[in-house]
Design a protein around this ligand. Structure first.
Ligand code: GLN
Ligand code: ZN
Length: 763
């Protein structure tokens, strides 16, 4: 009998119950008991779902009040010493680690592998000690048992835990903490065994990464220690093939291995060859990262032979935790029924596994109706006219070899642009958005509700645009923006206007803590029925003689922050989006807009987990960007913008985008990020951020001048722009005005101290 299980469930609740309870608790509106009751309700509902779908065990320990890594820090008693917490960590302390307090900044947050989830980074020092905290995990195991479920506790493995943390002291290697850490894992496992637990899932997703040899070699020793506890261990790997880590993973002294058969399917035969005949193999056959229905017939065909071989030793699971997809399709009443029939969220994925397991155990006829439904849904998706647009396909097929290249090399374009715009040295600009005031949000909400008509909404937004333009003129900014008042979100705004995109009502996924995002679905060929930003931008330009910068979200970011169709390569979808954006860029140019910024904040996030896969990604990603940007004349200036990531290891690829100007976030690293651009001799113009927009603090003129002088030491002064780190939508007007006035003053002081190299300014 093949059995089914899940590596983890969505943690926020089907209606984002955890988000609302957390925020109410932080505001002091509910007490800890009420928060705990909500959390318990979410866990119970998840267990009930797993049990109803026929799963033999339910995942326990996949829940977290803020973040599973932080909960693991609590379990291991290794909260950063700087907070001074001693003994068992209470909920209030826990939230201080996550959110900071008056004396200590929060633990750092970073992306969980290549997902859009952010975890809190464990902090390690030579004196970090580990001591088992008697708290949550054991309570939750008991809670599940009391409710009649068979728990399979889920733990982050020791090597992944250390690897994803960070040393807070120089000259020390967190790897050295392993020997101190393993005994605590031993205690946890012994305790679980004493509670009657049979299986424990230990997650080691770093086995899907390029691992240093010392880390790979340590697995054997670590799992030898853990295995001594006598509880059955299921080692879970996910997010990619195991490649050179495969032999290590299959040879470990554990009772079972989970592999991601969606991303690592090609290796499955090899895994079976290497896996000792006593071990359980959990096959992650259902995509835990995306929202499309599984092709059950194809999955059955892959599993059937395996099942005959492995019998009881075959387990089925989603490829990874289901925390990366929304909870359930049930609530999506407004979604087009045909499109909905192609989708599977977490609940529906559990149902798919149930169907597959029954087909294996009782024969296909036992689930004939479910299989037929699945086949029909897939056939409708394959053939649907809403997916396939021949015009889009034809346009891509007919792309010329130079369509992704500007007419002239950068030097020629720079001359043309300088002659056209006659900007001063160190020109000032902003990244696009201005404060999203309560007025703006109220107008947008009223328009959506139907309480404000189209003309009223347009007038309200034009009023905001005019306000932003006048402010920028008064501040003396050189290249203006319209302020993005009409945009709720930089991806949603465009997605809503593009064919091939759809939006759910409740498709929320946790981003971090109480923050959730609702990614759009890209289900079909992408095209642009009509201009998306031209009217607003043209209106903004009509108000001023200064250049108005058009503002678009780039193809890679549009892709990265969505659930993307899986029936063609991501690169193909990126190129389709690029062509839609290209039309917008050329329409803006035709409307008299001379400068267009194409934002790519998610450019680096798209990098594959394995370095060997980077060149192929960077190749199509930069091509998609260039395709969107290259339809314009030399004298039209293309900007791009990136933020909050490490750029230094992909500089050649950033240069290959060939934007005339790149604005990047640098102020928090005190311009350190820029050093790479200097060493690499980045060929085009750069605007390093001098104003950290995450803080209400207004930087002084001298501070920004110092940052700019630092930048001018590594970047030729003639290529430098002056701008904030990122958009200003989360700030308020008064602080924004003061900060920008200081920024303009800083640019002026630089102009006074550096030789002018541009043609004389116009005024
Ligand atoms: N133009 C966008 C804004 O200013 C850019 C946002 C971003 O980089 N995430 O809001
Ligand atoms: Zn940004």
């Amino acid at each position: 009998m093949a059995r089914t299980h899940a590596l983890g469930m969505p943690r926020i609740g089907a209606k984002r119950e955890l988000k609302f309870a957390l925020e109410a608790f932080w505001r002091g509106e509910i007490d800890e008991a009420a928060l705990r009751a909500t959390a318990s309700g979410i866990r119970q509902a998840n267990w009930q779902r797993q049990a109803s779908a026929g799963l033999s065990h339910v995942a326990v320990g996949d829940f977290a009040y803020y973040d599973p890594m932080l909960t693991h820090v609590a379990l291991l008693g290794c909260a950063p010493a700087r907070f001074g917490f001693a003994g068992t960590l209470g909920l209030a302390d826990y939230f201080q680690l996550a959110r900071g307090n008056a004396d200590h900044h929060a633990m750092e947050m970073t992306k969980w592998f290549d997902t859009n989830y952010h975890y809190l980074v464990p902090e390690f020092r030579p004196d970090t000690n580990f001591a088992l905290d008697e708290g949550w995990l054991f309570d939750e195991v008991a809670e599940a048992q009391t409710a009649g479920f068979t728990p399979k506790p889920v733990l982050i493995g020791p090597l992944t835990f250390l690897y994803l943390g960070k040393e807070k002291v120089a000259g020390f290697d967190r790897f050295d903490l392993l020997d101190r850490l393993l005994p605590v894992y031993g205690q946890i496992l012994a305790r679980l065994k004493a509670m009657g637990v049979e299986w424990v899932q230990i997650d080691e997703p770093i086995l899907a990464l390029d691992l240093p040899a010392t880390w790979r070699a340590a697995f054997e020793r670590a799992y030898h220690t853990l295995n001594a506890a006598g509880v059955k261990l299921l080692l879970a790997t996910y997010f990619g093939p195991l490649a050179e880590n495969l032999r290590v993973a299959t040879a470990l002294p554990v009772a079972g291995l989970h592999v991601d058969a969606v991303r690592g399917g090609a290796e499955l035969t090899q895994v079976i060859d290497w896996l000792p005949a006593t071990k359980v193999l959990s096959v992650g056959i259902v995509d835990g990262r995306n929202i499309w229905k599984t092709d059950l017939a194809a999955a059955f065909n892959r599993l059937d032979g395996l099942h005959q071989n492995l019998g009881d030793r075959l387990w089925l699971a989603p490829s990874c935790s289901l925390a990366h997809v929304p909870a359930s399709l049930a609530a999506e009443a407004a979604l087009d029924p045909e499109l909905k029939s192609w989708l599977a969220f977490a609940d529906e994925k559990l149902g798919e596994m149930q169907t597959l397991a029954r087909a294996l155990n009782a024969g296909r006829t036992a689930v004939a109706a479910a299989l037929a439904d699945n086949t029909a849904a897939l056939a409708s998706r394959r053939a649907s006219a809403r997916v396939h647009n021949p015009a889009v396909a034809a346009r891509l097929a007919n792309l010329g070899a130079t369509d992704d290249q500007r007419t002239s090399p950068f030097a020629r374009r720079q001359t043309a642009q300088r002659a056209r715009f006659r900007l001063p040295d160190f020109p000032t600009t902003t990244i696009g958005s201005f404060p999203q005031t309560p007025d703006i949000r109220a107008a947008r909400a009223a328009f959506k509700r139907g309480a404000l008509d189209a003309a009223g909404y347009q007038a309200a937004m034009q009023h905001e645009i005019e306000y932003a333009v006048r402010k920028q003129e008064a501040l003396g900014i050189d290249v203006l923006v319209h302020g993005e008042a009409e945009r709720n979100d930089m991806v949603e705004y465009f997605g809503e206007q593009l064919a091939g995109y759809a939006f759910t009502q409740f498709g929320w996924v946790q981003s971090y803590g109480s923050r959730c995002v609702k990614p759009p679905l890209i289900y079909g060929d992408v095209s642009r029925p009509q201009p998306m930003t031209v009217a607003w931008t043209r209106y903004a330009q009509s108000l001023t003689a200064r250049p108005m910068k058009g503002m678009l979200t780039g193809p890679v970011t549009m892709l990265q922050w969505a659930f993307v169709r899986d029936d063609q390569p991501r690169s193909q979808t990126a190129l389709q989006i690029a062509l839609a954006l290209r039309d917008e860029v050329t329409d803006l140019e035709a409307a008299g807009i001379g400068i267009v910024q194409i934002d790519e904040p998610a450019y680096r996030e798209g990098l594959p987990l394995r370095r060997a896969d980077w060149p192929a990604y960077l190749d199509w990603a930069s091509r998609a960007f260039r395709l969107s940007a290259s339809g314009v004349a030399d004298a039209t200036q293309i900007h791009t913008h990136m933020c909050y990531s490490e750029f230094n290891d992909i500089l050649p690829a950033i240069a290959a985008m060939d934007a005339d100007v790149i604005t990047i976030e640098t102020s928090r690293s005190d311009m350190e990020l820029l050093r790479g651009f200097g060493d690499f001799a980045y060929p085009n113009e750069i605007g390093p951020g001098v104003y950290d927009i995450h803080s209400p603090r207004v930087p002084a003129v001298a501070e920004m001048t110092r940052l700019l002088e630092k930048a001018a030491a590594v970047i030729p002064a003639r290529n430098l722009w002056v701008n904030p780190d990122c958009g200003l939508k989360t700030r308020s007007w008064p602080e924004t005005e003061t900060a920008l006035a200081n920024m303009v003053a800083a640019a002026q002081s630089l102009r006074a101290n550096h030789e002018g190299r541009r043609p004389a300014p116009r005024d």
